[in-house]
Design a protein around this ligand. Structure first.
Ligand SMILES: Cc1cc2nc3c(=O)[nH]c(=O)nc-3n(C[C@H](O)[C@H](O)[C@H](O)COP(=O)(O)OP(=O)(O)OC[C@H]3O[C@@H](n4cnc5c(N)ncnc54)[C@H](O)[C@@H]3O)c2cc1C
Length: 341
């Protein structure tokens, strides 16, 4: 029996746990017991307040080729859910999207264009629609169709899938990872603690990227609108509300709502869509994205144990989770631990 512990119940932890569990169960050669150990679960993880829009964002110097592969895997994973009975329960929606840029000669979303559906550049006439009444004009834009998978629905759906197949869930905060790897009964430990790795591993490459958003009721909005500028705003419809954003403040650990950020969000989004002036305010939310100089996905041996790290997904945890989980599985399958079982 292969005993696996996945630390962390965010979108990366749960995806990694399911990938490993389903692979070994389908293959039927080696028995597996996967346990998710975490101090917080949905609705209290970083992804729970996010809109879960597909799109690589805030990934430091992470290799673009890897980001392409991981995010493509996720697009295909979401397509499968979207075309299944589970789409509603999992909160997966197919949405039209417009990304706008104020930078001259900017190619919006260059490296991932062929992953999304029907990407086309906006004409100057189409850009005019968004430029009415604006001082800083948009000079480029990309229109395409992609998915949102809001973690507040996706996480309970994935967790149910994990538990239904015999997955174990334990609430516990790990304070000494070295000791846990050494003394616990697990053969494989997968570290998906997000920003928690900063303390747990004393990882100096980790930093928070603070994000504040506002949720409103605006059932008439069906399209995602994103201003790519550094101080740009975004509007992302989910199933029951619309997310207005947002901030991305590096090395800011303030988890409280900031009134100045709230004004920036509501004023900026109203400039993009004036109809938002009358939208019902639901709540404001702050999350600390797990920023890192580079996403960490690698394994290391600790005696007879295998420790796999999968953290530092910045502003793209939802966009990359299923793809990164596939690499976690391959690191495990490539290890000699398999031949011993
Ligand atoms: C405002 C905002 C908007 C966003 N929008 C999007 C978006 O549209 N699309 C997108 O792809 N991404 C988005 N993101 C980014 C995304 O939410 C994160 O990248 C993602 O949630 C990270 O997931 P994770 O599983 O790696 O970490 P987390 O969700 O932070 O999970 C870490 C888990 O580890 C546990 N943990 C930590 N330390 C310990 C410990 N010592 N012991 C035990 N357990 C521990 C925690 O309790 C938690 O369960 C957004 C983020 C924010 C803040």
């Amino acid at each position: 029996m292969l005993k696996v512990a996945v630390i962390g119940a965010g979108v990366n932890g749960v995806s990694s746990a399911i990938k490993i569990q389903e692979h070994y169960q389908n293959e039927k050669k080696i028995k597996v017991q996967v346990t998710i150990i975490s101090d917080e679960f949905s609705p209290n993880t970083t992804g729970d307040g996010s809109a879960g829009l597909w799109g690589p964002f805030l990934l430091g110097g992470t290799d673009q080729k890897k980001v392409y592969k991981w995010s493509k895997d996720v697009h295909q994973f979401l397509e499968k859910i979207w075309l299944s009975d589970d789409a509603g329960e999992a909160g997966v929606c197919l949405v039209p999207c417009v990304r706008l840029s104020t930078e001259p000669n900017c190619a919006v979303g260059d490296f991932w264009r062929d992953i999304v559906y029907g990407a086309v550049e906006l004409t100057s006439e189409q850009l005019e629609v968004y430029n009415k009444g604006r001082d800083s004009k948009f000079t480029a834009g990309l229109s395409f169709v992609t998915y949102t998978s809001e973690p507040i629905k996706l996480l309970p759906y994935l967790m149910k899938r994990f538990v239904r197949r015999g997955g174990v869930v334990v609430q516990q905060k790990i304070t000494d990872l070295e000791g846990f790897v050494r003394d616990s009964p697990y053969d494989v430990i997968v570290n998906c603690t997000g920003l928690g790795s900063r303390q747990l591993l004393n990882d100096g490459q980790m930093y928070s990227v603070r994000g504040q958003v506002t949720r409103v009721k605006a059932n008439w909005i069906y399209t995602v609108v994103l201003d790519e500028s550094d101080d740009g705003n975004y509007i992302i419809p989910n199933t029951e509300s619309v997310v207005l954003g947002g901030t991305h403040q590096e090395k800011d650990y303030n988890e409280n709502i900031c009134p100045v950020d709230k004004r920036f969000i509501t004023d900026g989004c109203r400039r993009l869509l004036p109809g938002l002036t009358h939208a019902q305010h639901l709540f404001d939310w702050v999350g600390l994205r797990p920023g890192r100089l580079e996403l960490r996905l690698e394994s290391e041996r600790r005696g007879s144990k295998l420790l796999i790290h999968n953290y530092g997904h910045g502003g793209s945890g939802v966009t990359l989770a299923w793809g990164c989980a596939d690499d976690v599985l391959h690191l495990l399958l490539a290890d000699k631990i398999n031949s011993k079982l």
